[in-house]
Design a protein around this ligand. Structure first.
Ligand SMILES: NC(=O)c1ccc[n+]([C@@H]2O[C@H](COP(=O)([O-])OP(=O)(O)OC[C@H]3O[C@@H](n4cnc5c(N)ncnc54)[C@H](OP(=O)(O)O)[C@@H]3O)[C@@H](O)[C@H]2O)c1
Length: 244
């Protein structure tokens, strides 16, 4: 699911529309007293599912040390984030403080740099993936370690680059960290026309493997264009146990 930035186009989870309010009276008065900047965000203020999402204003994060403040242009949210351990828990098991902002992959523009950041500049177009335990990108701004972002390719827009990090990382981990795919091997890639599979086909081919893809026939042209060598229409000749 892809959603555009709050300032532009936003596609919300279909299950619920967010309520609109400003987060926590205490925080609001702090913001007013100190003049700290706020930002628009979609967030949870208690443990809940999509029905608990709120659209409002929360404090804007500050980039520390090796962190970058990103002005979000597009972000992707997974419905399963409501059930992730990291959404409501800190690394050592303590409850995570609210507000909690979902969506950890994003594309945007560098707004500000922490004092130890090198190799990236304000106004660079970048995309990346931030820490699951901190607030995500369904907001005007998010912070990310400089090591977890990359320059956005000029050949694609922000919406396309926002959906690349998690599915591409998943494909990389499966192929090379777990299966240790090498040149000359044959690789069977399920879901080759999907988010993870479309990256996996390209990565396996780039490594020099031969790719076999069980897909539905409507995806043949697309998956062949990604580099798959053998296409099998799983609706006609395949089931969970293999060829019919
Ligand atoms: N997306 C992520 O970032 C991510 C991250 C971690 C884990 N995952 C997991 O990775 C898996 C794939 O996720 P995804 O996001 O890539 O899904 P997706 O974009 O919805 O793609 C799923 C693909 O599965 C294929 N498919 C459906 N039924 C099939 C069947 N009976 N036999 C063979 N292929 C079938 C579909 O192919 P046709 O269109 O050809 O029918 C579709 O292209 C899921 O289990 C997901 O939870 C995803």
């Amino acid at each position: 699911m892809v959603s555009g930035m709050i300032e532009t186009e936003t596609v919300m989870p279909r299950v619920a529309r967010p309520q609109t309010r400003t987060f926590g009276a205490g925080i609001r008065s702090d913001v007013e007293r100190t003049g700290s900047p706020t930002m628009k965000a979609i967030y949870l203020e208690k443990r809940a599912g999509a029905e608990g999402l709120v659209a409002g204003e929360i404090p804007r994060p500050n980039p520390k040390d090796d962190e970058v403040l990103v002005k979000v242009v597009a972000t992707a949210v997974m419905p399963t984030e409501f059930d992730w351990f990291t959404t409501f828990t800190l690394p050592f098991g303590e409850p995570r403080p609210f507000p909690v902002v979902l969506s950890h992959e994003f594309s945007g523009v560098v707004e500000a740099l922490g004092p130890k950041v090198t190799g990236v500049s304000v106004d660079d177009d970048i995309y990346g993936l931030n820490d699951w335990f901190i607030n995500g990108a369904q907001a005007q701004y998010c912070v990310v370690k400089a090591s977890a972002l990359a320059r956005k390719p000029k050949s694609i827009g922000h919406i396309q680059s926002a959906v690349a990090p998690i599915s591409a990382l998943t494909a990389w981990q499966g192929l090379f960290e777990k299966a240790k795919v090498e040149r000359g091997q044959r690789v069977l890639i399920h879901g080759a026309g999907g988010a993870v599979g479309s990256f996996a086909v390209q990565m396996a081919r780039a490594r020099g493997a031969r790719v076999i893809a069980p897909i539905s026939s409507g995806n043949f042209e697309f998956v062949r264009s990604l580099g798959a060598d053998e296409l099998i229409d799983y609706r006609k000749s395949w089931n969970a146990r293999g060829p019919l």
